[in-house]
Design a protein around this ligand. Structure first.
Ligand code: 5GP
Length: 222
């Protein structure tokens, strides 16, 4: 027999709604902080490059990372992520804090130009966006640190053409691990990577999405 309703039962939905509203505002605050920071400190370079190395990928603002990583952890809460995977080097900082929030290890794929890769490793290829056309890296992850049974969240600082994520996804699939999704700090939505990956059914969560940017007109967010 069901117990009679109490005041507490009636209060529960209101509490849940309040929690949802608070989480929504926290999300908006994290995203607003990031957009404000990009507007303030980001430098648009010719060739579609955004320099954010004063806070994201050279000097790192760890209290900002706390907020951003908290947002990734909230978005992927309950997805059973047991491994965060990124690619060296610029994604490692944010990926570390995200792994800490999710309570799991971070693994980073190493880049190597060596063709003869020794040892028990998963490998894939990535075309570099920042190092110019035609530069292709082999990326490697030890089989000791990724394999069947793992549920993987990819984290990176930027999403542009999607080459880095595509290489990581191939590696995850080869390893027999399960891909949960990707968390991206800055998606350049005017480049095709995001659409390409989402059209393959991959969950991609980006904290800031840039619709357009130019040296003359600055940055416009989606
Ligand atoms: P994708 O492989 O999606 O074309 O590019 C993503 C990778 O290239 C990221 O790991 C990031 O390091 C780098 N990248 C792409 N666009 C930019 C950019 O505008 N600025 C910086 N600093 N790095 C970028």
């Amino acid at each position: 027999m069901l117990p009679e309703k109490t005041d507490f039962d009636f209060a529960a939905p209101a509490g849940a709604e309040l929690c949802e509203a608070l989480l929504f505002f926290r999300e908006r605050i994290a995203m607003q902080l990031l957009e404000d920071r990009i507007r303030r400190d980001g430098i648009v370079r010719p060739g579609g490059i955004l320099k954010v190395d004063s806070f994201l990928n050279h000097q790192m603002d760890i209290s900002l990372f706390e907020q951003l990583a908290g947002e990734f952890a909230r978005l992927y809460d309950g997805c059973g992520v047991n491994k965060v995977l990124t690619i060296e080097a610029s994604g490692i900082g944010i990926a570390c804090i995200t792994a800490q929030k999710l309570g799991c290890p971070l693994v980073f794929a190493k880049k190597t130009k060596t063709k003869n890769i020794a040892g028990e490793v998963w490998t894939s290829k990535v075309k570099s966006f920042t190092h110019g056309d035609g530069v292709v890296y082999d990326i490697i992850v030890s089989k000791d640190f990724l394999g069947p049974g793992d549920r993987v969240l990819l984290v990176d600082d930027f999403l542009a053409n999607g080459a880095a994520l595509t290489g990581l996804i191939a590696l995850v699939r080869d390893s027999g691990a399960e891909l949960v999704g990707a968390g991206i700090v800055i998606e350049k939505a005017f480049q095709p990577g995001g659409e390409l990956l989402r059209s393959q059914g991959i969950r991609v969560e980006s904290l800031a999405r840039i619709r357009s940017m130019s040296v003359e007109n600055g940055i416009e967010f989606c």
